[in-house]
Design a protein around this ligand. Structure first.
Ligand SMILES: [Zn+2]
Length: 375
C-alpha cells in the first residue's frame, strides 16, 4: 500500500518535471518566435520615440530648454540617436513609408499654421479692392469685390481655398471698383450678413446689387462707424467699424463714406480703409486717434494723394502697407506724393500690381507674409 502510494507520488513528480521541461521548451520556442515580433515592436517604439522627439522639438524652444535642465545629456543623446537609427532603418527598408512619415510631419505643421491665425488675402483685381479674411475658427469675410471684370479672379481664388459660404460681406462704398462683381458673388454664394454704409449710388451696378440682396433674402445692414460699432463675426476676432461717423459732414463724397474696418486678433491687427480720403481721416483722428494703430494698413483709395495724410499714417504707424492697385491705371495710382510719404517711414510696402495677390497670416503675435502670386 505504502509502496503503491510512493510510486504514485514518484510518477506524479516525474510528470510534473516533464511538464515543466515541456513548458520550458515551449517557452523557449515561443520566445524564439516572439523575438522577431519583438524586434519589429522595438523598431516601432524607437520610431514612436523619434516622432515624439520631433514633435517635442517642434513645440518650441521653451519646452526643450526646460527639458535640458532636467534630463541628463546622455539620455537625450541616446533618444536622438535611437530616433535617427530608426529613421535610417525605415529609409533603407521602406523608403515609401519613410517619406510618408516625414511628409505627415511637414503637412501637419503646415496645417497647424493655416489654422492658427487670422488669414488675409488682398486679391489682385486690377484697379479695385477685394479682401478675403478667414478667422482662426474658419469664418469667412469678403470686403469689396473689384470691378465687373474681377469676378473670375475672385471666384477662382475662393475655389482654390474651397470657400462656398461667406459669413460676412462688406461693401465699403458703392463705387464700381469695389462693388463691381458683388451682385454675382451674392447670386452664387451663400452669404450670412451684408454690411454697407448709409450711402447710395445711382448706377445700375448698385441697383442690381440691391435687387440680388433682396431676392436672396440676405440680412443686410446699413451701418455707421464710431467707437461703439462692431461686427460680430468670430469670438476670437474683433471687427470694429471706425468710419463714417454719424453727425459729420462728408460733403456727399462717397469715398469718404467708406466703411473703415479694423480687424484685431490678439496683438495683431489690420486697418482696411476702402477709399476713405483726408476728410474721413481727419474725423477719425479727432474721434480717437489711438484706435487707428494697426500692424497692417490697406492704404486708402489705391494710394491716391487725396488719402493717407501724414498725421493719419503716423497714427496708424503700420509695419506693412498694402496698396491694391492696377498696373498702368488711368489715375496714376499710387501717387508719387504718397510713395514719398511712405519712403520716409520704416514700413514694408506690398503692391498688388507688382506682386499679384498678397496673402498673410496674423498669428496674434506677428504678421507673416505667406505667398505672393506674381514674382
Ligand atoms: Zn476705389
Amino acid at each position: 500500500m505504502e509502496e503503491k502510494e510512493r510510486k504514485k507520488k514518484k510518477d506524479k513528480a516525474e510528470n510534473k518535471a516533464d511538464n515543466k521541461k515541456n513548458k520550458h521548451k515551449k517557452d523557449k520556442q515561443s520566445e524564439k518566435e516572439k523575438k522577431h515580433a519583438d524586434e519589429n515592436k522595438k523598431t516601432k517604439t524607437e520610431l514612436d520615440a523619434g516622432a515624439a522627439n520631433i514633435e517635442k522639438n517642434a513645440e518650441g524652444d521653451k519646452s526643450s530648454e526646460e527639458d535640458s535642465g532636467r534630463k541628463p545629456d546622455i539620455i537625450k543623446r541616446m533618444i536622438i540617436a535611437a530616433a535617427a537609427i530608426a529613421l535610417g532603418l525605415l529609409f533603407v527598408f521602406d523608403p515609401e513609408l519613410f517619406y510618408s512619415f516625414i511628409g505627415s510631419i511637414e503637412s501637419g505643421a503646415e496645417e497647424e499654421m493655416h489654422q492658427s491665425g487670422l488669414y488675409a488675402a488682398f486679391i489682385d483685381v486690377g484697379q479695385g479692392d477685394s479682401i478675403l479674411l478667414v478667422s482662426p475658427n474658419g469664418k469667412t469675410m469678403l470686403i469689396d469685390e473689384g470691378t465687373t471684370d474681377s469676378f473670375n479672379s475672385i471666384e477662382s481664388f475662393l475655389n482654390e481655398k474651397e470657400i462656398k459660404k461667406l459669413d460676412a460681406v462688406i461693401a465699403t462704398h458703392p463705387h464700381s471698383d469695389h462693388i463691381g462683381s458683388m451682385k454675382r458673388i451674392i447670386d452664387d454664394y451663400s452669404v450670412g450678413r451684408f454690411y454697407m454704409p448709409e450711402a447710395v449710388n445711382t448706377t445700375t451696378t448698385f441697383d442690381k446689387l440691391l435687387s440680388s440682396l433682396e431676392r436672396k433674402k440676405v440680412k443686410t445692414k446699413a451701418i455707421w462707424g464710431g467707437k461703439e460699432t462692431s461686427i460680430s463675426w468670430d469670438d476670437e476676432v474683433e471687427v470694429r467699424v471706425l468710419s463714417p461717423i454719424k453727425g459729420n459732414d462728408y460733403q456727399q463724397n462717397l469715398n469718404d463714406m467708406s466703411l473703415v474696418v479694423k480687424v484685431t486678433y490678439g496683438e495683431t491687427s489690420l486697418l482696411l480703409t476702402g477709399d476713405a480720403e483726408k476728410t474721413a481721416e481727419a474725423i477719425m483722428l479727432k474721434n480717437d486717434a489711438g484706435l487707428l494703430k494697426a500692424n497692417v494698413l490697406k492704404l486708402g483709395h489705391h494710394g491716391s494723394s487725396t488719402s493717407s495724410s501724414k498725421a493719419f499714417l503716423d497714427a496708424v504707424s503700420p509695419d506693412i502697407v498694402v496698396i491694391s492697385v492696377g498696373a498702368n491705371n488711368d489715375y496714376g495710382h499710387p501717387h508719387k506724393e504718397t510713395m514719398e510719404r511712405l519712403s520716409k517711414m520704416d514700413v514694408k510696402v506690398y503692391r498688388t500690381d507688382k506682386l499679384g495677390t498678397v496673402c498673410m497670416m496674423l498669428d496674434g503675435k506677428e504678421v507673416k507674409l505667406l505667398d505672393i502670386s506674381k514674382k
